[in-house]
Design a protein around this ligand. Structure first.
Ligand code: FES
Length: 112
């Protein structure tokens, strides 16, 4: 069962966290199941950017991005080469290291 190391995030997990994921499950589902409140404003329908994460290790073990996810990611706050929408990123059989960006577009709009 792959592990996901979640790097510290000021609100969601100030100390960081280590969670487990089922192969075939999304990063978002694994995180929510284990109490990490990743935002998911569109209810995981690939229609927002609030579930954005940066996959620091294990990116290549995930499923491929589709065009819709790529288009949405272009609008995400803090986009990086290894960015994914966590509700669309399906865990393979490798461990991952994931960073939750400091802001989502929702936050940025609220001027936090
Ligand atoms: S929750 Fe909206 S795209 Fe993931």
């Amino acid at each position: 069962m792959p592990r996901i190391i979640v790097l510290p995030h000021h609100e969601i997990c100030p100390q960081g966290a280590v969670i487990t994921a089922e192969t075939g499950e999304s990063i978002c589902d694994a995180a929510l199941r284990q109490g990490l409140a990743i935002e998911h404003a569109c209810d995981k329908a690939c229609a927002c950017t609030t579930c954005h994460v940066i996959v620091r290790e294990g990116f290549d073990s995930l499923n491929e991005l589709d065009e819709l996810e790529e288009d949405l990611l272009d609008k995400a706050w803090g986009l990086e080469a290894d960015s994914r929408l966590s509700c669309q990123a399906i865990v393979g059989d490798e461990d991952l290291v994931v960073e939750i960006p400091r802001y989502t577009l929702n936050h940025a709009a609220e001027k936090h």
